[in-house]
Design a protein around this ligand. Structure first.
Ligand SMILES: [Zn+2]
Length: 224
């Protein structure tokens, strides 16, 4: 990877290390049990990113450094909840309209801008109607909706992280066991077996999102 030693490079390194750790845990399993679905593919990588982000925040040398790190973290949540949500809205509406014919450039751009306004709750100063031209994921035709797994993965991983913070070191074994089962269970089964939670109920997701909200609150408090 390109490594210049900045935050984003170190975070990418942690991310890829998460993927490597996931695969390492599954190495001894039969080949057919090693293949996991998209919705859990980013669990270990996002988890590793969160460990790094929190450790850096904890060890920040100054208020300024802490604020910069926090800004990165909040920005990350904004991407998962708003930017990727906009892509999802765009793609959903694109497929709906594509049913009745081709869409031209102005129609695609209008769809894109509308999706951004909605996903960002009108909070942006300017919009990016041509975003659909630049995002590779929209052109991987055999993997439609290649945006949902990122937000799902982020939320699932954050929920697991919230649990890890609560349970401390004892959670490590459960974490490994959960990752090891990712190739042979649905995500609902994984959560039920290893975390004892029902993913169809809102509780787990609320716990996860409380972490993101706490970061945003801390950022607001520090920048008053
Ligand atoms: Zn990844």
């Amino acid at each position: 990877m390109t490594f210049g030693g900045n935050y984003s490079n170190v975070s990418t390194l942690a991310h890829e290390l998460g993927h490597a750790y996931h695969q390492y845990l599954m190495e001894e399993l039969p080949q057919f049990n090693q293949d996991y679905a998209m919705n859990v593919a980013e669990t270990a990588s996002t988890f590793a990113e969160m460990i790094l982000a929190d450790a850096l925040l904890k060890n920040a040398g100054s208020e300024e450094e802490k604020l910069a790190l926090l800004a990165e973290k909040v920005q990350n949540s904004v991407s998962f909840f708003m930017n990727i949500h906009a892509r999802f809205l765009f793609e959903t509406r694109f497929y709906e309209q594509r049913n009745s014919g081709m869409l031209d450039v102005s129609e695609l751009s209008a769809l894109m801008e509308e999706a951004q306004r909605e996903a960002y709750h009108g909070a942006l100063g300017s919009y990016h109607p041509l975003f659909w031209t630049s995002k590779l994921h929209f052109y991987i035709t055999d993997v439609p909706f290649y945006n949902f797994p990122y937000t799902f993965g982020y939320m699932f991983s954050t929920g697991i992280y919230a649990r890890a913070l609560k349970e401390g070191e004892g959670f490590a074994e459960k974490y490994d066991a959960l990752l090891r089962d990712t190739g042979r269970m649905t995500v609902e089964e994984l959560a039920s077996k290893h975390l004892n939670v029902d993913l169809t109920k809102p509780d787990f997701w609320r716990e996860a999102m409380a972490l993101a909200v706490a970061d945003a609150q801390m950022f607001l408090d520090m920048t008053k």
